[in-house]
Design a protein around this ligand. Structure first.
Ligand SMILES: [Ca+2]
Ligand SMILES: [Ca+2]
Length: 559
């Protein structure tokens, strides 16, 4: 097996051939990293790549979960995710990425005729349509070893293992009838360990609500190649459905008392479980549902509104730095929330993580957007600072113009824990901005600026900045339109979204600053709502007729 590292002038990503295209490390004048002799002393499959403009070298090795990068100082920096993540997967074509292709082929060679596999009471799994023959069939139950760990307010730390069909495991546990049962599902596992957010979420739920919280461990099925893990989600979904049916039989708890919360691939597991339960369970919460292998598939293949009475989703990683998103961009629930547009999250870009090695930054960037959905969901359980609410909007571009600040007619909804259906509707999209941490909460305003048309006024490209002041203090200065330049046309108005973590009970004054985007970098300050009239000083004047602010109604209501 050979892993190629290819030089490129683009940004860092897996390319179509499975090469790691790397633009972050220093490179030779020709732009290419120089491969050295195969590095066979420690690990046969490794190749060493030296970056000659710096005395560092990088070794990329295949490992169970994908690629492992070992730095020259030999400290282990962990596996990169399996690069089978490719939009091609969804198209039914084999993964174009070399490492994944090899693994898909080898499993395919052994089971080329294998069209279905049967696992006892869970039934048979076929790769006939609507399922894709490019996705391996689920591995055996024993291999995946799905286990159910119950925690309740009586045993918030130590869990009881529940086994479907073994009533004594239920009798020995603190499982309560008459309260909700919340089932938590992890996603693809890079390291074969439970994701840290899970314990945080269990504690948050138990503090909030007297529930039976069941953490599903399917790590052995989730640490395979990505495509095998995708295949395994069907079996785990069947295991979860089997457990739910058994719990209902044993305790008399109704369908309505079950709520499944699934992260990434776990959200797709939840979809299969819900489908097997006839869509009758109360709720599925999809925490950045996994995209690769599920995009544009039949509703039977992915989580959709028919899988539970209420399906809510938070989307945080619709695309990534590496060119593909781990999370699904498409709306798949009754309500779908898109924090910060649902692609990239604040504090997750590489530029903002100046600490640590290149590969550390890479791995942070790779998963940061994706895991933010779990942090956000947990924040909505804890919410001490008012709920995180989304505004219904057709798309993020409109939201960024501040056009969706109303709450009338079900136009705003709480995200996460307290989410609710919009009656008789599905796939309703809600947008909100967040901060990078803590409660994540911001206050949204629509800013409408009207530019005066005076004689000899010309169009100008500028960057605009706004700062609000109120009785409690002032906001930071916020660049409008994410700091991008704005074409200002005299006599016209423009709308922007202004968001700030600072809460002001009312706005008393506004400071506006603009910078003309030219070769010079001068800037001018205006401290009043209206720009000065003609001042023949040679200084350029931007004639602002008015700045109108409309606070987001959800932000106002919840304070
Ligand atoms: Ca489905
Ligand atoms: Ca992203």
């Amino acid at each position: 097996m050979r892993i190629e590292l290819c030089g490129s002038t683009g940004s860092f990503h897996w390319d179509k051939r499975g090469c790691i295209v790397d633009d972050v490390v220093p490179r030779t004048p020709s732009g290419a990293l120089v491969p050295t002799a195969p590095h066979s002393s420690r690990r046969r499959a490794c190749r060493l790549f030296a970056s000659p403009s710096r005395s560092s070298s990088r070794v990329y090795c295949p490992c169970s979960a994908g690629l492992k990068l070992v730095s020259h100082s030999r400290h282990h920096v962990g596996c990169l995710p399996q690069p089978t993540i490719s939009s091609d997967l969804a198209d039914g074509r084999a993964s174009a990425l070399r490492l994944g292709e090899r693994q898909v082929r080898s499993s395919g060679a052994a089971g080329a005729q294998e069209k279905s596999v049967c696992y006892g009471r869970l039934g048979c799994f076929s790769n006939a349509p609507p399922f894709s023959s490019d996705i391996p069939l689920p591995q055996p139950r024993k291999r995946i070893n799905t286990t159910f760990h119950l925690r309740t307010r009586s045993n918030p730390v130590k869990s009881h293992v529940l086994k479907a069909g073994r009533p004594e495991t239920l009798r020995r546990s603190n499982y309560e009838s008459g309260v909700m049962t919340r089932i938590i599902l992890h996603g693809y596992s890079m390291y074969g360990t439970l994701e840290p957010w899970i314990n945080t979420m269990v504690q948050a739920i138990l503090a909030k609500d007297d529930s039976n919280v069941i953490v599903v461990d399917w790590l052995k099925g989730a640490m395979a190649t990505y495509s095998q893990a995708v295949g395994n989600t069907r079996l785990v979904g069947a295991e979860v459905a089997n457990l739910v049916k058994w719990l209902m039989d044993e305790t008399g708890n109704p369908y309505d008392s079950f709520h499944i919360i699934g992260f990434s691939l776990g959200a797709q597991v939840a979809g299969y479980a819900g489908d097997r339960l006839g869509g009758r369970i109360a709720r599925i919460s999809a925490v950045d549902p996994a995209n690769p292998g599920f995009k544009d598939t039949d509703p039977r293949v992915h989580l959709d509104p028919s899988d539970a009475k209420f399906v809510d989703a938070i989307h945080t990683d619709g695309n990534t730095l590496l060119g593909v998103g781990l999370g699904m961009k498409d709306a798949i629930g009754h309500v779908d929330f898109y924090p910060n547009g649902g692609n990239d999250q604040p504090g997750c870009d590489m530029a903002s993580s100046s600490e640590g090695s290149f590969i550390y930054q890479l791995s942070v960037s790779f998963s940061c957007d994706h895991f933010r959905a779990a942090d956000l969901y947990i924040a909505t359980i804890n919410a001490t600072d008012g709920p995180l609410q989304g505004y219904r909007c057709d798309n993020y571009d409109r939201f960024r113009q501040g056009t969706c600040m109303s709450c009338r007619g079900n136009r705003c909804r709480k995200m996460g824990w307290d989410a609710e259906r919009v009656p008789h509707q599905e796939r309703v999209k809600f947008y909100l901005q967040t901060t990078a941490e803590d409660q994540f909460k911001v206050n949204h305003y629509q800013v409408k600026m009207h530019f005066r048309n005076v004689s000899r006024a010309k169009e100008v490209d500028a960057k605009l900045y706004l700062q609000l002041r109120g009785p409690e203090g002032e906001t930071e200065e916020v660049p409008l339109k994410e700091g991008n330049q704005v074409r200002i046309v005299p006599g016209h108005s423009q709308k922007f979204l202004f968001s700030t973590p600072t809460h002001l009970s009312k706005v008393e004054s506004v400071s506006f600053r603009w910078e003309e985007v030219t070769s010079s970098s001068s800037s001018w300050w205006f401290s009043s709502w209206f720009a000065d009239e003609e001042e023949d000083t040679g200084v350029k004047t931007l004639h602002v007729k008015s700045i109108k602010l409309k606070p987001g109604e959800a932000d106002v209501q919840t304070r």
